[in-house]
Write a protein that binds this ligand. Structure first.
Ligand SMILES: Nc1nc2c(ncn2[C@@H]2O[C@H](COP(=O)(O)OP(=O)(O)O)[C@@H](O)[C@H]2O)c(=O)[nH]1
Ligand SMILES: [Mg+2]
Length: 447
């Protein structure tokens, strides 16, 4: 069969056009999209009250700060008035574009002025002269859960308090996260208020690992008398045989908590894997995670993972969130050598020890004062008076005849019956008189 040259040219031109069209589509829609599938983008511009979101646009990019990924920043708060100024200081210095961060707070069961301090801090934050320093949308939720366990360090960390406290915290987190997340959030960042030091680049540092869920290592500074530093968050760990055996031996609603002798799990803790000189980029797969600072892709929550407020595989809250997300095939990772620092709050034993140290210091100060006082009066209080005594003696004896002083005085005891032996006192040793006879009133049988 023969074709005209013009027909052949037309066919080859059409082929080229189709190829270019296909390549352009491929370029625009990226990998994984069928070439023949059309992605219908409705135009709701003229329909009032309708927002349209293509959720595939909010999967979370590893360089989210360059691709305008919005981050939902969630902070649960309880009796946090003292910590808020420090928290806002860190917030202000974050390098992730502030306008891409939406803040969401849940205030619960507080007896201090958490809400008042929060409002003032937010006012200060959002009225910064430099508009680029202001944050995106801000929401505050108020909901009490009837938390009865105190917020002091020792109340919170007592063994018996752990199960109920963790389940209640899980409820609080789920309320906060589910109320706050919007379809346009690509990432969700959970942060506790009581972090003393955290790098300004924390979001970028965690995000660029491109994991579904990622946590840093969390330590805390200690006072000198407690040896300066200590691992803080033991909730980030790798499951162990011991942990699984323990879980199998517990009741359905029990919750294992780490760091208590009652529950020996022999798990590897992220906290103890830290090498101060280690590469901060090093990753470690985890099963359970702590909640001080969690960066998660928003899709993890959208697809149904959450903070179990019940015993999930014998865990609750953030540790169970890690386990559940692993079960859902999400990546859960920790950074052993990348550290943020939780505040040091003294336990009641620490407080007792500190009170003792304060008393001891006071006692030493008083002792030093007394010593100084005695050092001053020592010369006066303990004058050498030997010379004075010589003078005194001379004065007393000045009218006495010196010959009289040396004279021996003889006393005649002979007519005194009560002194029987005057001349030879040695004879009294064996109760004999001077004739060697036993005195008449001596009767050995009735003595
Ligand atoms: N909404 C709410 N927040 C809480 C509650 N308990 C603690 N928080 C907050 O949750 C975060 C972690 O709590 P924290 O007591 O520091 O936990 P810990 O460091 O693990 O002992 C902090 O920001 C607290 O202010 C609660 O019952 N409700
Ligand atoms: Mg804390």
């Amino acid at each position: 069969m023969k074709y005209k040259a013009s027909t052949l040219m037309a066919v080859s031109l059409a082929g080229s056009v189709i190829t270019v069209f296909m390549l352009v589509r491929l370029f625009i829609h990226g990998r994984g999209v069928s070439l023949f599938q059309t992605h219908y983008v409705p135009n709701f511009k003229n329909v009032p009250g309708v927002d349209y979101y293509d959720l595939s646009n909010y999967q979370g990019n590893k360089d989210g700060w360059q691709r305008a990924d919005r981050v939902l920043f969630c902070v649960p708060l309880r009796d946090a008035a003292n910590h808020l100024p420090m928290f806002f200081k860190h917030l202000k210095s974050m390098t992730y574009p502030h306008n891409l961060i939406d803040l969401s707070f849940l205030v619960s069961d507080s007896t201090d002025d958490t809400m008042g301090v929060l409002l003032n801090s937010l006012h200060d934050l959002q009225s910064q002269a430099d508009g680029t320093k202001r944050f995106g949308d801000i929401e505050i939720f108020q909901k009490d859960f009837g938390q009865i366990i105190g917020q002091s360090f020792s109340d919170r960390h007592g063994f018996a308090a752990q199960g109920p406290r963790r389940k209640l915290m899980a409820r609080a987190r789920n309320w906060l996260g589910s109320a706050a997340i919007k379809p346009y959030h690509s990432w969700v960042y959970w942060r506790d208020v009581d972090v003393e030091y955290v790098p300004e680049t924390i979001l970028e540092d965690l995000m660029h690992h491109d994991k579904d869920i990622i946590v840093p290592n969390v330590w805390r500074p200690l006072p000198k008398w407690l040896n300066y530093i200590q691992p803080y968050d033991l909730n980030s760990w790798v499951e162990s045989e011991g942990g699984l055996q323990l879980a199998a031996s517990l009741k359905e609603d029990d919750v294992i908590v780490e760091g208590y002798p009652e529950y020996a799990t022999w798990r590897v803790h992220l906290a103890y894997m830290r090498d101060p000189n280690g590469d901060p980029e090093t990753e470690m797969e985890l099963d359970g995670i702590g909640g001080v600072s969690i960066l998660s892709k928003a899709k993890v929550f959208r697809t149904g993972s959450h903070f179990p407020a019940f015993s999930f595989e014998k865990h609750a809250e953030t540790e169970a969130f890690g386990k559940l997300s692993r079960r859902m095939k999400y990546s859960v990772v920790g950074l052993p050598h990348y550290v943020i620092w939780h505040v040091y709050e003294p336990s009641s034993d620490d407080l007792k020890h500190m009170a003792w140290m304060a008393e001891e210091e006071q006692r030493k100060m008083e002792e030093a004062k007394i010593r100084e006082f005695y050092a001053k009066i020592w010369d006066i209080g303990f004058d050498d008076v030997r010379d004075d005594w010589e003078i005194e003696r001379a004065r007393i004896l000045k009218n006495v005849d010196p010959n009289v002083l040396d004279r021996k005085i003889q006393v005649d005891w002979s007519d005194d019956d009560s002194v029987p032996y005057t001349e030879d006192l040695d004879t009294r040793k064996d109760n004999r008189n001077r004739d060697g006879k036993v005195p008449v009133d001596f009767d050995p049988d009735h003595n």
